[in-house]
Ligand binder design. Structure first.
Ligand code: BES
Ligand code: ZN
Ligand code: ZN
Length: 464
């Protein structure tokens, strides 16, 4: 969707916003947040989006309302819309940015496998004084990169297998600010990334370690690393997932998709920072060559791991990525994104991702980026008893905890990862609840792949 910033618009379909207090002017309309009324006035179609009570309007309300409005315009098969920047009656931070963001994000659909392609809107005239051309371009670029991440998640696992993720990374690296190195299965084996090798060995689609490097500040050696879990399909391996749990598992590379989407955004926005974008990619397949529960494997760090469950594979591939990246690239900090545990859905539901960290300042900055973008985080502690629960009798570590009933499953997953972090700030985002929406679309969050993490990471990195 092309965006024009204008002072007024002649387009006959308008998306307007209205608070509960002002909604009385429209018959049978309450103006609650989420409500939409369509009014036909001569040649005009006026789509009114409710914002609810004036005093409760936030940046999230506006983003969600704009997404609802644009969806209605899509349903009505409009090609061009005017988006009228809301005046909620009090100052709301970043309201114009959220409005545009909601409208762009809400128009997304994944039409690749539909014979009849979904309707798309080609032009949005944004009637506003609250945003510059440059800001609008930034919002558009980040939304496009969110779509890119959503598309990667939504496509078939037979399309986005590990080498295909590597191809995507190389494509992003064809921009001259990014370089890309890919370790093949032979190199993974030769360099001793025994955990990544083990998880990938059961599949005809071999594993990859993908390392992109965005260099926006050649005067600085400092670089952040963002690392994504890229399990292109998680069958559970020899601990095969049952029906009801396996069907969505092409989403298990959502962390990787967020990293690729973020790196792509950096090539467009060109901030003066250095960022490593890393993807640990493997297909956790069941087959004669799959790694066996009970066996012990040696990680790249040297620590040995008893495989107590072949379905706890994400932490294994990430562990090797962590130690390889720390050894060879010396990042100043690591942020990983992973659809790591089903337990995070129990703890936080599907509207917040779990944040686990060894660093107060990094946690605070990520939390704030989450509040601003609506990709929200909630911090959960990792304590000694959780680290203790990951110790094995036969090996150094086990990949699932000794705690009964898998208690604190998201924390013990994080505790395992922590074993592979040396003395640097680290944050782990468990996005198993937020990366893939099994329910109906809500506001800017679509059904299926959500692209969670791209806007959050860009916000965090650009503030550096
Ligand atoms: N990919 C799954 C986690 C997941 C669950 C992602 C639901 C998205 C939605 C992960 O690899 C997994 O299977 N985790 C196990 C860990 C357990 C064996 C300790 C889980 O959550 O059950
Ligand atoms: Zn699994
Ligand atoms: Zn998994």
């Amino acid at each position: 969707m092309k965006v024009k910033i204008v002072k007024s618009s002649n387009i006959d379909t308008q998306i307007r916003f209205i608070t509960k207090e002002d909604a009385g002017a429209i018959r049978d309309f309450k103006g609650e947040s989420g409500n939409i009324a369509v009014i036909y006035d001569k040649k005009q179609t006026l789509i009114y989006c409710g914002l609810g009570e004036k005093k409760k309007v936030t940046t999230d309300t506006i983003r969600g309302a704009a997404a609802g409005g644009i969806k209605r315009a899509v349903d009505l098969k409009r090609k061009r819309v005017a988006l009228i920047d809301p005046k909620p009656g009090r100052a709301v931070d970043h309201s114009s940015v959220s409005c545009l963001e909601g409208a762009l994000l809400g128009a997304y659909s994944f039409g690749k496998y539909k014979t009849e392609k979904p309707h798309g809107i080609s032009l949005c005239e944004f009637v506003t004084a609250g945003i510059s051309r440059h800001e609008a371009d930034t919002v558009s670029a980040v939304c496009d990169c969110t779509f890119y991440a959503r598309d990667l998640v939504n496509d078939n696992a037979h399309v986005t297998y590990p080498e295909q993720l590597a191809r995507e990374a190389r494509k992003i690296a064809s921009s001259n600010s990014v370089s890309c190195t890919v370790l093949t299965e032979r190199e993974i084996s030769r360099k001793g990334l025994g955990l990544l090798e083990a998880v990938g060995q059961g599949s005809p689609y071999p594993p990859r370690l993908i390392i992109m490097r965005y260099s926006g500040n050649k005067n600085s050696k400092k670089q952040s690393a963002i690392i994504g879990k890229g399990i292109t399909f998680d069958s559970g391996g020899q601990n095969l997932k049952p029906s009801g749990h396996i069907e969505t598992m092409r989403c298990d590379m959502s962390g990787a998709a967020a990293v690729l989407g973020t790196m792509k955004a950096l090539t467009i926005l060109k901030p003066k920072i250095n960022v490593l974008g890393v993807v640990a990619a493997a297909h956790n397949a069941i087959g004669a060559k799959s790694y066996f529960p009970g066996d012990i494997y040696k990680s790249h760090s040297g620590k040995t791991v008893e495989i107590t469950n072949a379905d706890a594979e994400g932490r294994l591939v990430l562990a090797d990525a962590f130690s390889y990246v720390q050894k060879h690239y010396k990042p100043a900090e690591i942020i990983d994104l992973a659809t790591l545990t089903g337990a995070i859905l129990v703890a936080l539901g599907d509207t917040m991702a779990g944040l686990f960290s060894n660093d107060e300042s990094l946690s605070r900055k990520l939390f704030d980026a989450g509040e601003k973008t609506g990709e929200r985080l909630w911090r959960i502690p990792v304590r000694e008893e959780h680290e203790e629960a990951m110790k094995s009798d036969l090996a150094d570590l086990r990949n699932t905890s000794k705690l009964k009933n898998g208690y604190a499953g998201s924390i013990t997953g994080a505790a395992f990862l922590k074993e592979f972090i040396k003395e640097i700030p680290w944050a782990h985002l468990d996005i198993a609840g937020t990366a893939y929406n099994e329910g109906e679309a809500r506001g800017e969050v679509p059904k299926y792949g959500t692209g969670f993490g791209v806007r959050l990471l860009v916000e965090y990195l650009l503030a550096k």
